[in-house]
Design a binder for this molecule. Structure first.
Ligand code: NDP
Length: 444
């Protein structure tokens, strides 16, 4: 079956799941040259099998708020592909979550995890629960109810979840506690745990740091440097915060951060005490980014995003499809030279067309935000060995992995005739490894 036909079938068989269709289309558009080189993949219907999750679990999550009222949310875990390792991928709590979002994220995770060089399959989970404005007790009750079902489907050699939007250290703690209670086993079933009870140092920083490491690598390759550059970051959560920290350390100036309410623009740069303020605001007080503008008397645009402000580099780190074609046109008009995708699928197809037309260097999400899952892989290794590695050791491994990912994507793009197209390189390199493993393992 041609890849176009496979895509049509995906749309027919998964109606209304637009984000999933988009993620599949993007991969299928890249892998044509690899399919030509490997006719055995078509014979074994590898692509038809790859776009169908191995298992999808949907479950009820009832919980009580502080006033005693009962609520019912929906929980998901999509175990997409285990050809090269146990399912691995985060859990997202956000009101927009439905099966189409979880499938897009799980599908992307297959290729991302393959690129890291570590033994991890692809999966993703979540719920349409909105953690915003909930008390600690409400969050705890929800997380425990969520785990009351999920625990029977996961395990250190089966499926190892982690965090994502709306799920950080606090939520992982509550879910892990409930897993342990139900299974009576202290084991490495989650990553992103606190270092006091099995977590890895550098895991909280890993996605943001990794994003900046690979962006730096891509710039160096083009005889450019991050030092002295102005950077637009969107979001102000886990990925955005640590991308900000690493940009500051490497001598770049970050001028924007945002949340779902609006964007702040600080032309002097968000560093030193101002960076600490953001960390406290978001990690402890769980406040809104507008408070930064009030505190430091800088511009705040309600409902706005960073893409119209002047800078050299853009690091989208909030959510899917946050850069539309008109936003990308603003980036191009402002002579942005490079873009690193911290968020998953942050660019619409229209935006990607604009990057290409304007020769903007792009580190695609599957490569650029793979630092998080890479350190998760290192956390799994430490848990298996009952060891805790130093910050320096893990950070060095992370840098090495991000360099390797960049090299793999670059060399693959060259091999397949589109040198420097890292999106093509990431999709093909991630795909070929998984496809070969599926072929070796026969029809399962
Ligand atoms: P967080 O929940 O910590 O932060 C998300 C940030 O993005 C918040 O500032 C949030 O604002 C904003 N945001 C979320 N949804 C929207 C929206 N629909 N419109 C505008 N702003 C929005 O999540 P993470 O930082 O962990 O994740 C950010 C992105 O990075 C996601 O795409 C995630 O899949 C990806 N990623 C994360 C990894 C990780 O290790 N955490 C690993 C790899 C990828 P508000 O608070 O107002 O909702």
């Amino acid at each position: 079956m041609s890849l176009d036909k496979v895509y049509e079938e995906v749309v027919d068989r998964n109606p209304g799941e637009e984000e999933f269709h988009q993620a599949v289309k993007e991969v299928l558009e890249s892998i044509e040259p690899a399919m030509e080189k490997h006719p055995e993949f078509a014979d074994a219907k590898i692509v038809e099998r790859l776009v169908e999750p191995e298992r999808q679990i949907i479950f009820r999550v009832p919980w009580k708020d502080d006033d005693g009222e009962v609520h019912v949310n929906r929980g998901f875990r999509v175990q997409f592909n285990s050809a090269i390792g146990p399912y691995k991928g985060g859990i997202r709590f956000h009101p927009s979550v439905y099966i189409g979002i979880i499938k897009f994220l799980g599908f992307e995770q297959i290729f991302k995890n393959s690129l890291t060089g570590l033994a991890m399959g692809g999966g993703k989970g979540g719920s349409d629960f909105d953690p915003k404005g909930k008390s600690d007790d409400e969050i705890m009750r929800f997380c425990k109810s969520f785990m009351n079902e999920l625990y029977r489907h996961i395990g250190p050699d089966t499926d190892v979840p982690a965090g994502d939007i709306g799920v950080g250290g606090r939520e992982i703690g509550y879910m892990y506690g409930q897993y342990k209670k139900l299974k009576n086993r202290f084991e490495g079933v989650f990553t992103g745990k606190s270092p006091e009870w099995g977590g890895s140092l550098v895991r909280p920083e890993a996605t943001g740091y990794g994003l900046v490491y690979i962006t730096q690598e891509m710039l160096n390759h083009a005889n450019e440097d991050l030092k002295g550059k102005e950077v637009l970051i969107s979001g102000s959560g886990n990925v955005a915060q640590y991308a900000l920290e690493k940009c500051n350390e490497l001598g770049a100036k970050v001028v924007t951060l945002s949340d779902s309410d609006g964007v702040i623009y600080d032309p002097e740069g968000i560093d030193g005490e101002k960076k600490d303020y953001v960390f406290k605001l978001k990690q402890e007080r769980r406040g809104r980014i507008r408070e930064y503008a009030e505190e430091y008397d800088v511009e705040y645009v309600e409902g706005g995003n960073p893409w119209g402000f002047n800078a050299d580099i853009a690091l989208p780190s909030a959510t899917q499809n946050e850069i539309e074609q008109e936003d990308a046109e603003k980036l191009a008009a402002n002579d942005v030279i490079a873009l690193g995708e911290g968020a998953n699928m942050p660019s619409t197809p229209g935006a990607m067309k604009v990057y290409k037309e304007n020769d903007i260097l792009v580190a695609p999400a599957k490569a650029a935000n793979a630092g998080g899952v890479s350190v998760s892989g290192l956390e799994m290794a430490q848990n298996s060995q009952r060891e805790s590695w130093s910050f320096e050791k893990v950070d060095n491994r992370l840098q090495e992995i991000m360099q390797n990912i960049h090299e793999t994507c670059y060399e693959t793009s060259k091999k397949y005739g589109d040198e420097g197209n890292l999106m093509l390189g990431a999709n093909i390199a991630g795909f070929v490894k998984v496809a070969k493993a599926m072929l070796d393992q026969g029809l399962v």
